[in-house]
Design a protein around this ligand. Structure first.
Ligand code: GAL
Length: 382
């Protein structure tokens, strides 16, 4: 019996040691939810080195970089084939200088570059996937200076995501460069259960679209997942649609406020080269971004609901709380935040984060009108 136990330990120890190492490496990254931009929501397959370079320029000139955005991520369609040695090949028409040159350009702006692949044989747009090329691709990305990789789940028939994504994690760990690992399998097989020891972020649901119904279904559907998130490993309800035109100001404020309360990755998905002042203000509102990026790294959750009205709260490092009063109904309604619901007895200081306005000290509860599909986002402190 004793011999049998020893044999078991001997067999399993090396893999345990390896798992711990690669996880530790991954978790030094993304200590706060990653912030940046991704090409998919606005440009789909219309990606090129010119576009990515111009987006990097705009990230700096628009003030997004200064507000904390850093990853410039190319989504599907940058890759076309594999060469005779099996190396992944970037589209030579759209990326004539190659991905390494683009990474150098983006790094020259003080930003970071991300790419996209798929754990299956093909990407969702039928470009070559990374199945059976995990280590080779990870090494290629590292040699190009890539800082972030999103790994999709199309054409993965018969594969187990828990196994497949671990292969990719271990490949990245061997590639010799810190690369943020974004798991994108749309919530299949509850990635929040195995994601924290596998990647830095994992999609929890299907694709967002630029509509209030889609955004709110995904966003408000995140309740309960908060216990799986923390520094280095985040739930990902998908990229932002802010500024793409399908929602009004109040609906986009709901989108940003909810994602901030969820400690969600903030990957802008609009054309940064031609933003309205309203979109820019929404994406760069310091008070709102500070909620998302708070160093405590706690994902908020729903603390109250009644019909279409919901209140969500997120504890912050300075002992205060960010609280969102959301009105999902079709008309403006008054809502009241009872301080007892967030564990406070007596008066508290309230600051309206969208309006950058201190409301002052309020007794017992805060009552405010919330627009249709809108939010009032406040910080409440002693
Ligand atoms: C989907 C993914 C999207 C986008 C798209 C590209 O599976 O969820 O975010 O990457 O593939 O084809």
């Amino acid at each position: 019996m004793r011999i049998f136990r020893c044999a078991l330990i001997a067999v399993f120890l090396p893999s345990l040691v390896f798992t711990t190492n690669s996880t530790a490496q991954a978790q030094q990254l993304a200590q706060t939810p990653p912030m940046g931009w991704n090409s998919w929501n606005k440009f789909a397959c219309e990606v090129s080195e010119q576009l990515i370079g111009e987006i990097a320029d705009a990230m700096v000139s628009s003030g997004l970089k200064e507000a904390g955005y850093q990853y410039v991520n190319i989504d599907d369609c940058w890759q076309v084939s594999r060469d005779a040695q099996g190396n992944i090949v970037a589209d030579p028409t759209r990326f004539p200088s190659g991905i390494k040159a683009l990474a150098d350009y983006v790094h020259g702006k003080g930003l970071k570059l991300g790419v996209y692949t798929d754990a299956g044989r093909l990407t969702c747009q039928k470009r070559p996937g990374s199945f059976d090329h995990e280590l080779q691709d990870a090494k290629t990305y590292a040699s190009w200076g890539v800082d972030y990789v999103k790994v999709d789940w199309c054409y993965s028939e018969g594969l187990d995501p828990e196994v497949q994504y671990v292969k990719f994690r271990d490949a990245l760990a061997q590639a010799g460069r810190p690369i943020v690992f974004s798991i994108c399998n749309w919530g299949v097989k509850a990635p929040w259960r195995w994601g924290p020891k596998t990647g830095n972020l994992w999609r929890t649901a299907g694709d967002i679209s630029d509509k209030y119904d889609s955004m709110s279904l995904i966003g408000f559907g995140q309740n309960g997942l908060e216990k799986f998130a923390g520094p280095g490993h985040w739930n990902d309800p998908d990229m932002l649609e802010v500024g793409n035109g399908g929602m009004n100001r109040d609906e986009y404020r709901t989108h940003m406020a909810l994602w901030a309360l969820l400690a969600a990755p903030l990957l802008a998905g609009n054309d940064l080269r031609s933003m309205t002042a309203e979109t820019k203000e929404m994406l760069t509102n310091r008070d709102v971004l500070a909620v998302d990026q708070d160093s405590k790294g706690v994902q908020g959750h729903r603390i109250w609901e009644e019909g279409p009205l919901e209140i969500w709260a997120k504890p912050l490092a300075d002992q205060s709380q960010a609280v969102g009063l959301f009105n999902r109904s079709e008309a403006a309604l008054k809502m009241a935040l009872d301080f007892k619901a967030i564990g406070l007895n007596g008066p508290a200081k309230v600051r309206d984060l969208w309006e950058h306005k201190d409301i002052g000290t309020v007794r017992d509860s805060y009552t405010v009108e919330v627009p249709k599909h809108g939010v009032v986002l406040v910080k409440v402190s002693r």
